[in-house]
Design a protein around this ligand. Structure first.
Ligand SMILES: [Zn+2]
Length: 383
């Protein structure tokens, strides 16, 4: 079946306006395996949209040649609400203006609704369970009557993703190496091939699954939550769901976009969604580490942020990563507050120099192998 494009209309929030989401489908609807890829739910994060810009022509050519065995749904900019957030020559795009929600939180945990619909019928047969759960999840979404634009966006995006075998949410950071957030359920398993194929310099897993209701969190955790709720039934981890952070916000160019598209394509071949030979798995750049081992540098006070280390640096516990300078303090070096790493690991994410710091603002993230006492109980992704 040829490549098709449709638009999902969102309800107008103010008279005279109306937004929609463009959805591309490759392969045959209902064919397996199914992959769902979306970008820019944080609408100011466009490297993923660039990867899909380069991937879609490859998929269209494969489709034309009859090489797509499963189904691939691609949504290059899933959040037209965030895309429209222009304010004073700045594009925002991370938080909803109306309810102040982070766009990548408060997605729908469907495990309760699925349990109500089919819980009593889940049994020993893995295939039957997967089919029943997917059908029930779609029925639960179909029964929802979202009123506003953002809730409609969430329900509609999940109708596209919740029955997928692979759901990838493409984001980026401010200044970062390519990294990946996954669930422990998928590691090493299918997430290891994903990390190797996309060239992830750091992979962080939630253990056993993300508690935060991020998009990739709810799609993957549906299975884990149901498996926990119905221990006697055979419920597999039927969806590999991950958040790919495609470096920094300004890392949008044709060379990176084309390379990222080729890597995603190879992964889709490796998973049997597209016919062909994926070839040897690229060398894994870094073993996965627990989210609980991720040191997040929260600024202790307001000021100017200046870094000592570039992204990608290997750091030791106690190393100074950056400093917050109080511009109103005349004492020179004494006006500088150092922020020290609390783990050995890789500095995979930071901000650009010269950003304004405020108490609690995230200045950096370091992936370390050992769970840190101060991180236990933290869900992982910080706003
Ligand atoms: Zn994001």
């Amino acid at each position: 079946m040829p490549h098709s494009k449709r638009r999902i209309a969102l309800p107008a929030m103010t008279p005279g306006t109306g937004r929609s989401i463009a959805v591309h489908r490759f392969g045959r609807a209902g064919a397996r395996p199914k992959a769902y890829l979306q970008a820019a739910i944080h609408a100011n994060e466009l490297p993923g949209a660039m990867a899909l810009h380069h991937l879609m022509p490859l998929l269209a050519a494969a489709d034309k040649g009859g090489r797509i065995k499963g189904e691939i749904v691609a949504v290059p900019t899933v959040n037209p609400i965030g895309l429209s957030q222009l304010a004073g020559s700045n594009h925002l795009g991370r938080y909803d203006f109306l309810g102040r929600d982070n766009f990548n939180r408060n997605w729908l945990d469907l495990s309760g609704a699925v349990a109500e619909r089919v819980g009593a019928r889940l049994g020993r047969d893995t295939g039957d369970n997967v089919a029943m759960i997917r059908k029930a999840a779609l029925a639960a979404l179909a029964a929802m009557r979202p009123v506003n634009e953002l809730q409609t966006l969430r329900v509609e995006a999940m109708k596209l993703s919740v029955d997928a075998d692979i759901a990838l949410d493409l984001h980026c950071d401010l200044e970062a190496l390519l990294h990946l957030f996954i669930s422990r359920q998928d590691w090493p398993g299918p997430a290891r091939a994903l990390a190797a194929d996309i060239g992830a310099a750091a992979t962080l897993y939630n253990d056993p699954f993300p508690e935060a209701l991020t998009f990739s969190g709810v799609n993957g955790a549906l299975w884990a939550r149901l498996a926990r709720r119905f221990p006697a039934a055979n419920i597999p981890q039927a969806c590999l769901s991950g958040t790919i952070e495609y470096r920094g916000q300004h890392d949008v160019n044709h060379a990176l976009g084309a390379a990222d598209a080729r890597n995603l394509y190879r992964f889709l071949v490796r998973r049997g969604i597209i016919a062909g030979r994926a070839g040897k798995l690229p060398r894994l750049k870094a073993d996965a580490t627990p989210i609980g081992g991720m040191d997040v540098g929260y600024c202790p006070k307001p000021g100017m942020l200046v870094y000592h280390l570039p992204k990608g640096s290997r750091v030791r516990k106690g190393d100074a990563v950056c400093e917050v300078i109080d511009p109103g303090d005349a004492r020179g070096p004494k006006a500088r507050t150092q922020m020290l790493s609390r783990t050995d690991g890789i500095l995979f994410s930071r901000k650009p120099d010269g950003r304004l710091a405020w108490p609690g603002a995230v200045a950096y993230r370091i992936a370390g192998p050992k769970v840190l006492a101060h991180r236990v109980g933290m869900s992982g992704l910080d706003d």
